[in-house]
Design a protein around this ligand. Structure first.
Ligand SMILES: [Zn+2]
Length: 380
């Protein structure tokens, strides 16, 4: 098992010929989580799927494996591709359930739960208002089962909306994508100009690696080896017990990927205990535009590093560049100068980041005729 991230858009608000707007996916042990879905996402997804078929034989990105579409916030560069994609899935006769989830404001939640009209002050970029518009545009006609869930992330309060009536029901807690047993989806509060959160996909801790060398040394038969590998103790010819636990290293740590969405650097809720293996963080600006970053509640590359330090990330990947940044090497240069104990990479469209079960990271860079691994120099 691994966590395989496909980055399908690295531009901030305005796309460029080389960079599309936001939208990434994490393929984990249970299925695919799509995080954000800007303009044209479905085309990018289909293209990536085709690339994978051609260049990574045996790996797939079946749309039916997408279990959740999670939004970090309601700005259009993160949402505009969602409704068309849902409608395409419907036309393709999708049957699998889908969780569509995102953050909203306490005010919007209260209004919906009390069956009242949304207060005037709720901006169009609040997902509640946006979803209501989608329902009117045909979102309520989609045939496959969708759970529409919005939450006040800071208060951990969640509601499910009925797209036919617009009525909402309070939930016991945040629902997980259907069928997820080996991984967990978790919101992490961020700080942006509208209700927002990052999303973390965490693969559960796994048993340690099987120690083949030891099994060989002890001259176990194939059958005995299979038994201890399954966790069964066996008895040797002298009647002595050979414990299965001798052949397993300690439990491997849970590995995880956190995608920030848009945020000011070092959100207050970010603490070292969150400790994602990989943090994918926005880096809209360079250091010289620090003021702009603060004004618009975005981050600089250096700010992304302070976020990574605060949240205890092992690896940091930069994305969401302003179109003034022509070459992400500038961003990664600034970030590396500030990073301590965090390895930093810069993302471009169609890159992949693969987190293995031992917490190692491979950065695969798309190069027209396939993905090439790019070395990740460790940071001081
Ligand atoms: Zn954005």
């Amino acid at each position: 098992m691994t966590l395989d991230v496909h980055v399908l858009g690295t531009a901030s608000a305005r796309p460029t010929p080389e960079r599309a707007v936001s939208g990434s996916l994490v393929k984990g042990p249970d299925g695919i989580a799509v995080v954000d879905c800007g303009e044209g996402f479905q085309t990018r997804y289909a293209l990536q799927r085709r690339r994978l078929k051609r260049h990574s034989v045996g790996e797939t990105l079946k749309p039916s494996a997408v279990d959740v579409l999670a939004f970090t916030h309601g700005h259009l560069d993160h949402t505009w591709g969602a409704l068309p994609w849902l409608q395409s899935m419907d036309l393709e006769n999708r049957q699998q359930p889908l969780l569509v989830i995102g953050p909203t404001s306490a005010e919007a939640m209260d209004a919906l739960l009390n069956d009242e009209p949304l207060p005037e002050g709720i901006p169009p970029a609040d997902l509640t208002r946006q979803w209501m518009a989608w329902y009117e545009l045909g979102g309520d006609m989609i045939q496959f089962p969708i759970r529409w869930v919005l939450g006040d992330v800071n208060a951990d309060r969640w509601m499910e909306i009925n797209p036919d009536t617009g009525a909402a029901a309070l939930l016991d807690g945040m629902p997980q994508p259907s069928g997820w047993n080996n991984s967990t989806l978790r919101p992490v509060p961020t700080e942006h100009s509208v209700p927002s959160c990052g999303w973390m996909v965490q693969q559960h801790a796994m048993a340690g690696k099987f120690d083949r060398a030891r099994a060989e040394e002890m001259q176990l038969t194939t059958k005995q080896r299979a038994m201890v590998a399954r966790g069964e103790n066996i008895t040797d010819v002298n009647g002595e017990t050979i414990a299965a636990s001798w052949f397993r290293g300690g439990e491997r740590a849970a590995v995880s990927v956190l995608i920030s969405g848009d945020t000011a650097a070092t959100p207050e809720a970010w603490e070292a205990s969150i400790a994602p293996t990989l943090l994918i963080h926005e880096a809209t600006y360079l250091q010289q535009q620090q003021e702009k970053a603060e004004e618009h509640m975005h981050s600089t590359a250096t700010g992304a590093v302070t976020s990574a330090h605060a949240v205890g990330a092992t690896y940091l990947a930069l994305t969401h560049y302003s179109n003034r940044i022509k070459d992400a090497s500038m961003s990664v240069g600034e970030a590396k100068a500030a990073a301590e104990g965090v390895a930093v990479v810069a993302l471009n469209d169609n890159d992949r980041l693969v987190v293995d079960d031992d917490g190692g990271l491979t950065h695969l860079v798309w190069e027209r005729e396939g993905w090439a691994p790019k070395s990740i120099p460790p940071n001081r």
